[in-house]
Design a protein around this ligand. Sequence first.
Ligand SMILES: CCC[C@@H]1OCC(CO)=C1C(=O)O
Length: 214
Amino acid sequence: ATFPAPERRASGGHGPGRGPELHQERAVQTRDQILDAAAELFDRHGYAGTSVKNVADRVGMTKGAVYFHYPTKEALTIAVVDALYDRWPLLLEAVQAKGLGPMDTLSELLDQTAATFKDDVVVQGGVRLQMEQPLPEGVLPQPYVGWISLIEQLLAEAEEAGELRAGVSPSAAAHTLVSTFFGTQHIAARLDRRQDLTQRWEEARDLIFYALRA
Ligand SMILES: CCC[C@@H]1OCC(CO)=C1C(=O)O
């Protein structure tokens, strides 16, 4: 199974979101510091409540230094959301390296994904940006479809391995898992900044996997 490359239908709003090709380690660190600060401010204040100046102040740089990496707020937005989606293939590889069966790989992957929602500022900022849809349709990747596809693949592998309950549709189960995961993290975020997300996700996970496992 693989996490499909995010689908972006339109070209970037104002130039590529990933910023200029960087060669010095320090420039990469600076860019990552800017991304973390932007993600934190987008998560806390939303797209409209965040300016490039706020980001520059937060990371202790001049606006000019930030513009070198990200010429507009749109480019910063695209970069944060791209960084969000860059995380999933890496997380999948790390979990697949454990050599678990497909059903356990899926369960472990979702547990680790829930952990990133709790403590990864880029995930938190990217998720709020995707909720707000601040840019024209198609400039940011389409949300959810990558996860639905990945989970469907893993459940098809589970079916092959005799781990999926007879009669369960991998597609229906994939949609249910993504909707439940999203709703669970959203409610945890809204009520207490995701402090109880692990417990809430484990409750939902146990119930759904009780229905999925052969
Ligand atoms: C794993 C649930 C889906 C995931 O949760 C928030 C979000 C942001 O749009 C997601 C996505 O785009 O796939």
